[in-house]
Design a protein around this ligand. Sequence first.
Ligand code: BEZ
Length: 209
Amino acid sequence: MSLHIGDTAPNFTADSTVGEINLHKWAEDSWVFFFSHPADFTPVCTTEMGRTAQLADKFSARNTKPLGLSTDIVEEHWDWIHDVNSTQNTTVHFPILADPDCAIAKLYDMIHPGESDTEAVRSVFIIDPDKKIRLTMTYPMSVGRNFDEILRVIDALQLGDKNRIATPADWRPGDKVIIPPSIDNDEAAKLFPDGWEELRPYLRLTEAT
Ligand code: BEZ
């Protein structure tokens, strides 16, 4: 099934390293960083699991719950977590879903036959508290994801929701933001009383926190 931004994240119930998880119930009012891995005991995945655990405070500060998936069984995940903890100097607390029959991987279109018929590629779904998919990203098996970018895009989405703004290329928190063309100058004056810089009528920069 091909999923798009704006779709409701398909719900599922599955076994995980912290017990059975029903995605929508487990997410509660949080954002979810849902990310898949080809297999346990593989090197790139080990570093990504470790990095996610190291960033636990940063995800929590963004009201975001990480949720991993690997196409293996829970008992293997537990053994692997020992390796992740000891090689990456961290402690994995977030859940890793078991998906031995690839049911969730297929539901979320994480199986890309050009890479593997039986293992998931490195998919990312950022899901908001309304259970809407807000970002999709797919990396090949051989390239570990950039976790600075994952945190950055969560920041951008949350700032956009709060202030009705968009963010420019390479935006970082604290940088100027864009007033979208859907907001005319009359409305912009109410929303951004401190004003904006107008480089073009369609390119207006302002501050937002
Ligand atoms: C890895 O996680 O290192 C990996 C997994 C599958 C294919 C290539 C690399």
